[in-house]
Design a protein around this ligand. Structure first.
Ligand code: ATP
Ligand code: MG
Ligand code: FE
Length: 349
């Protein structure tokens, strides 16, 4: 089957064509992403109204390119998948409405995709991972451990109680006067820094539950920066390295606990541990998780960076997986600003 995927939930305008083979293997035929980083950079963060307008301006051409590069016409498709949430509602409406219009015009079924399910199922597209697996989703809006039991079938084991990890990186960068988006900037600056110079807290870590808290860390970082003001380039590198060391420590500790729980639940199965979302592109975090995976005998899967951050291929793939189970949607499908993974439709089990 051949699916068009449309993604507009945040600041990437994206479309892709993905093929799902009869044996369940996936193949990306085209994958076009237009980032709005330049539009939002002057504001140091995503401005929802600007994002929605930029999606309106660019989405048609992005879809055109995805179809052209794949050498396909609308009539070749088996379905049209579009993100229906969660995300910035203006952008979600643009993509979902466009998806509905294309579905209506071509007579193809519509699949209204949950953006988080797109992140969650990407490892099946890239690495053919089988259910069940443990996922750590760390993105701009989410930080959570999820047991992925099947399409539409998710069990959340723990989440952040305040900021998401990507958001924490973005706020840390802003505070230190680095560029936007902050994650890659902090990682770059940290490379030259001393991670032991500033002792930053590891909130919640003494508690056993699998939740995160990152907002206190941001305050601690601000106080540390003020303690050495005016900050030099050296200070910024050390602050970034210390921040990254703290979050890496938190993530690695929680991952170890989550994999222990997995081992108790499935004693006979080697755990598959998938890391998804934009922060999965961070090398320090990836390295620490690799060590945890080795220590616990788990198989670690981190999709390539371009498929960790927002893209159309992950939406097309989630659409293909749902279509294969007969999970299609009507034109009444709603755009949702909030839509947790554990509230998804998994069809008849
Ligand atoms: P969500 O998927 O929760 O709706 P989103 O789609 O905005 O949020 P993604 O596109 O998956 O999030 O990821 C973007 C986030 O990833 C940003 O916060 C960005 O700073 C962060 N990020 C990207 N690269 C890195 C990196 N190398 N290190 C740390 N963080 C990173
Ligand atoms: Mg983004
Ligand atoms: Fe995302």
């Amino acid at each position: 089957t051949l699916i068009l995927g449309i993604e507009t939930s945040c600041d990437e305008t994206a479309a892709a064509i993905v093929r799902r083979h009869a044996d369940g293997r996936g193949e990306i035929v085209s994958n076009i992403v237009r980032s709005q980083i330049e539009e939002h950079r002057p504001f140091g963060g995503v401005v929802p109204e600007l994002a929605a307008r930029a999606h309106v301006v660019h989405l048609d051409a992005i879809i055109r390119r995805a179809l052209d590069e794949a050498g396909t016409a609308l009539s070749d498709l088996d379905a049209i998948a579009a993100t229906a949430g969660p995300g910035l509602i203006g952008g979600v409406l643009v993509g979902l409405t466009t998806g509905k219009a294309l579905a209506a015009a071509s007579g193809k079924p519509l699949v209204a995709v949950n953006h988080l399910e797109g992140h969650a199922l990407t490892a099946r597209l890239t690495d053919g991972v089988q259910f069940p697996y443990l996922m750590l989703l760390v993105s701009g809006g989410h930080s959570q451990f999820v047991l992925v039991r099947g399409v539409g079938d998710y069990q959340r084991w723990g989440s952040t109680i305040d900021d998401a990890l990507g958001e924490a990186f973005d706020k840390a960068a802003k505070l230190l006067g680095l560029g936007y988006p902050g994650g890659p900037e902090v990682e770059k600056a940290a490379r030259a820094g001393d991670p032991t110079r500033f002792a930053l807290p590891r909130p919640l870590l003494r508690e056993k539950r699998l939740d995160f808290s990152f907002s206190g860390l941001k305050t601690a970082l601000r106080l540390a920066a003020e303690s050495v003001a005016p900050v030099s380039e050296r200070d910024i590198a050390d602050l970034c390295a210390s921040f990254q060391a703290a979050v890496t420590d938190i993530i690695a500790t929680r991952a170890r606990q989550a994999l222990e729980r997995h081992a108790e639940l499935f004693p006979d199965r080697q755990p598959v541990f998938v890391v998804a979302g934009g922060v999965a592109a961070n090398r320090a975090i990836g390295g620490a998780l690799r060590a945890v995976a080795e220590e616990t005998g788990s198989r670690l899967v981190i999709p390539p960076p371009a498929l960790c951050t927002d893209n159309g291929a992950m939406i097309a793939w989630a659409g293909a997986e749902r279509l294969a189970l007969g999970l299609v949607d009507g034109f009444a499908a709603a755009a949702r600003p909030r839509w947790p993974l554990d509230e998804l439709d998994k069809g008849a089990a």
